[in-house]
Design a protein around this ligand. Sequence first.
Ligand code: TA6
Length: 279
Amino acid sequence: MNNPYIKLVKNKDASDIFDLVHPRFTAQISKFGGHLLAFKPTNQEQWLWLSTSAKLDGSKPIRGGVPLCWPWFGPATGEFEGEPQHGYIRSLDWELILVEGDDKALTVRLSPIMPSELKERLGLDVFVEYKFSNKLKISLVTTNVSETPRPLSQAIHTYFRVDDIHNTEIIGLDNCQFADKLTKESKQQVSDIKIDQSVDRVYVTDQPDLSCKTNTTTRLISGAGHDSIVVWNPWKELAKDIPDFDDNGYLNMVCIEMANTQGFILAPGKTHKLKQNIR
Ligand code: TA6
């Protein structure tokens, strides 16, 4: 797939990275996880947070950027109990299946290289599509390729870089009900979200729009195909317990994720698109 704006390069730890250099942006995608590591429109700051201690060598899922959680979100349950948290695809190698575009925008598609027994067991096919310009559009597209209905939950687990978490507000979830995963309570959001402690919340809502405002930037985030919006920042103590999370990293990140946490059944032959667009 010859395109002047994308090159496969070796990262310093010898991992394979697609390096994108385009008049409107730069970006990097790891072959491991099909994972967007960085995205920076020209003349802007980096939009994504990536832990400086993240492992990119395939030894574990990458901490930061945009992990893709599929075909479940959170711990595995039922017949998959004991399998990895957030599913398989963030720990697989991916291949490029499409690159197209011009000097205005670029579309890049990748799909995970799934062992055939796994593909057979899941009965699902998936690819990710990144549309880059001076904005970012991410779609996770799943098709039930089997003859029976299949369960699916998932997330586009985006780590946003913020210059100071103390001066960050997430706007648009006022009045939404959320599951507080830390206290196990169901609560209602009152006003905008400010983060000054560990936050791990599942807002069960399909509302499309919200924003993340800091002193210097406002990111407008819109989604489709989701049943939830997840907000996560481990804060100081929990971050210390995560080996690949920089000790002070919690000051410069917040995860805002478009997700299907409730799960649903995808009928045979049907396709579902989960989207997160950021501008
Ligand atoms: O999306 C929030 C969350 O599910 C949290 O509960 C937290 O554990 C986070 O994801 C990171 O999960 P990971 O498996 O990447 O350590």
